[in-house]
Design a protein around this ligand. Structure first.
Ligand SMILES: [NH3+][C@H]1C[C@H](O)[C@@H](O)[C@@H]1CO
Length: 624
């Protein structure tokens, strides 16, 4: 294929083009990115006395456990506690937590453990020594232990201890224990608001798991969409995500039943998101709830005011001056300066109930909030111009989940969009099935469990379209971002993980190749055929001056592109290439089967490049 590259750029590439979409799905947050290692740490949103209330907890030795609604409670937000009864003559006994499907124990880390306790009836005659430890679930090997004094008190009191493993555990099959020595105490103790944190990314208090955060940082992401996705919406209006329930001390956070079938602790709250986003060099694209719950309920127009006010307070918390209540709260938590918020998304996928979005919800939120915050850009989340909205949205968040073939055939999706000032955020996209008749079906019906080489190179063809249309596409993110390898509600995902490992998919590497090889301006070139297999994008980097040529071959045989570049270039350049069998994936058993390979290649102003079948290539060649 002969490809003529224009020497005059058509448009700059916005700095926000490549970034991350996040929501707590498949334990992306609790059990994933959020640093807390204990599951069901505060018995939030569970029914006392039920087995489910004891999720992840079990007795050590002879104790009997039950979750109770305690009085006094630890706080009004945390009504539940674990009642632990030690019988007479008990051996070493106490409680055990199995983490989020395991706990990684690394000798290089210092873990911070804490819990609240009180003796509701019989007080011990003197302080008791509790042992807090990390041990092999089946081996019983103790990797770390520390002691803490439990004072004889009926009032809720917090105990904290540092744990330093002497050796790393060989696998993630480990447990956290709080125990008393044999015969140390006969009676009942109430425990609650446990926590076990490893060192966090950048040392952030109540922060993120370092290995997952680092894998995300390696993508050099420019934005972070939060807090969802479906998980913003709630199955009911009462279960929606509410920013004010996610800030302040952990004892003030009630948690909620998330939209993906598990309790969200909301320990990863709005402040933690924003501080981490800043630490990562990203900007937030923040959603506000738009009056619609996934179960189908919409707030009537004449009852929206308190929800609009809650959203206004959410925005005030993020960017309000410290003379406002929201800004003052932000300052009190340690961040007096406003966060760099420009984009506010009104709901999520409001194409699910476009009628009320069109008739009043969009206008009610935007008219009120735009008046308060004129510099903000509000994104509509219903289907583009279907129905038309008033006031006319400045931006839209468009999602697509499709087959690899759809992505190659729609590489020019944005070419025909009107250039009228409206901008677009491709907030969610992924090739998720090879079966066009059952996109969201089961793996037996074509659904991908992990991204494949074919899905990654097809997404890359679509991503070429984002660079070509970066005058109207300002941001794009693959979704979902993260998922536990087995406790998930959705596949495929950009990154998979368990308690100890992060797996970078083929699609992760495609995102990595685009985001780590950005240009400043786009150079138009011969258009690829959308029914073909070869796709390309040429951008120019100002400093150091270079052409960056991305080539995706989504076909089953090698294909050559001859690039006629607009000016002289060096005789050698760098090639980064991702290639493999169409159905190859990186999985827990083969985590690095397909990774980008770099090498130097011969280059010239007429650059002939043979792209292997099923490959994504990035060629960087210096101008001379
Ligand atoms: N149904 C998808 C669309 C929604 O916005 C996300 O929560 C889901 C997974 O990415």
């Amino acid at each position: 294929t002969q490809i003529t590259v224009n020497g005059t750029s058509s448009h700059p590439i916005p700095s926000t083009l490549w970034g991350l979409m996040f929501e707590d799905i498949s334990h992306s947050g609790d059990g994933g990115l959020y640093g807390e290692l204990l599951q069901n740490r505060a018995f939030q949103q569970v029914t006392p006395g039920t087995t489910a209330a004891l999720n992840a907890w079990s007795a050590v030795g002879n104790t009997t456990l039950s979750v109770i609604a305690d009085s006094p409670a630890i706080s009004s937000s945390l009504p539940n506690a674990l009642s632990v009864t030690f019988p007479s003559g008990a051996p070493r006994s106490g409680v055990q937590n199995s983490g989020y499907f395991g706990i990684a124990v690394r000798a290089s880390s210092t873990y911070t453990a804490s819990f609240f306790y009180r003796f509701p009836s019989t007080l011990p005659s003197a302080a008791l020594t509790a042992t807090v430890s990390l041990a092999g679930a089946s081996s019983g090997t103790t990797f770390a232990s520390g002691t803490v004094a439990l004072r004889p008190t009926a009032q809720w009191t917090q105990a904290t201890v540092a744990l330093r493993p002497r050796t790393s555990a060989p696998d993630i099959n480990n447990v956290f224990e709080v125990t008393l020595a044999a015969g140390a105490f006969v009676g009942t103790v109430h425990l609650g608001m446990f926590s076990l944190f490893p060192p966090t990314f950048g040392g952030q208090a109540n922060g993120m798991r370092a290995d997952i955060a680092q894998a995300l940082l390696d993508l050099k992401p420019s934005f972070f969409r939060l807090p969802g996705g479906n998980n913003l919406e709630g199955q009911t209006i009462a279960q929606r995500w509410q920013w004010n329930n996610t800030v302040g001390p952990l004892t003030a956070r009630p948690g909620r039943v998330g939209d993906w079938g598990y309790v969200n602790t909301d320990g990863l709250g709005l402040y933690e998101y924003l501080v981490w986003i800043e630490l990562m060099g990203m900007v937030p694209i923040m959603a506000i709830w738009s009056g619609f719950a996934l179960g189908g309920a919409a707030v009537p127009a004449n009852q929206l005011a308190p929800y609009i006010e809650q959203s206004r307070q959410q925005i005030e918390f993020v960017i309000g001056s410290t003379s406002t209540p929201g800004g003052a709260l932000r300052a009190s938590l340690g961040h007096p300066a406003p966060f760099p918020l420009l984009y506010v998304e009104v709901g999520n996928e409001d194409f699910l109930q476009p009628s009320t979005y069109q008739s009043y919800r969009w206008a009610a939120f935007v008219n009120a909030l735009q008046a308060d915050y004129p510099n903000l850009r509000f994104l509509a989340t219903s289907s583009f111009n279907s129905p038309a909205l008033s006031p006319k949205p400045q931006s839209w968040d468009i999602h697509v989940y499709q087959t690899p073939t759809w992505f190659t055939q729609n590489s020019a999706f944005y070419d025909s969009f009107a250039r009228d000032g409206t901008t677009f955020f491709e907030g969610e996209y992924a090739a998720i099935s090879t079966n066009p008749n059952d996109i969201f079906g089961a793996p037996s019906s074509g659904r991908l469990v992990y991204p494949t080489v074919q899905s990654a190179v097809s997404e890359a063809a679509f991503m070429m379209g984002f660079e070509r249309n970066a005058d109207v596409v300002f941001a794009a993110s693959y979704a979902p971002l993260l998922a536990h390898v087995t406790q998930n509600q959705w596949t495929p995902n950009l990154l998979s993980f368990d308690s100890g490992t992060v797996i970078k998919s083929t699609s992760y590497w495609a995102q990595w190749m685009f985001s780590n090889n950005r240009g400043d301006v786009y150079l138009p070139s011969t258009l690829a055929s959308t029914s073909g297999a070869l796709f390309w994008s040429v951008v120019q980097r100002v400093s150091p001056p270079a052409f960056i040529i991305k080539v995706s071959n989504t076909g089953t045989s090698a294909s050559t592109g001859v690039f006629r570049l607009p000016s002289a270039v060096a005789s050698t350049g760098q090639l980064i290439q991702l290639a493999g069998a169409a159905n190859a994936s990186n999985t827990p058993t083969t985590p690095s089967a397909i990774t980008p390979q770099s090498r130097t290649i011969a280059t010239g102003q007429n650059l002939s490049f043979s792209a292997p079948a099923m490959s994504l290539s990035v060629i960087t060649v210096a101008l001379v």
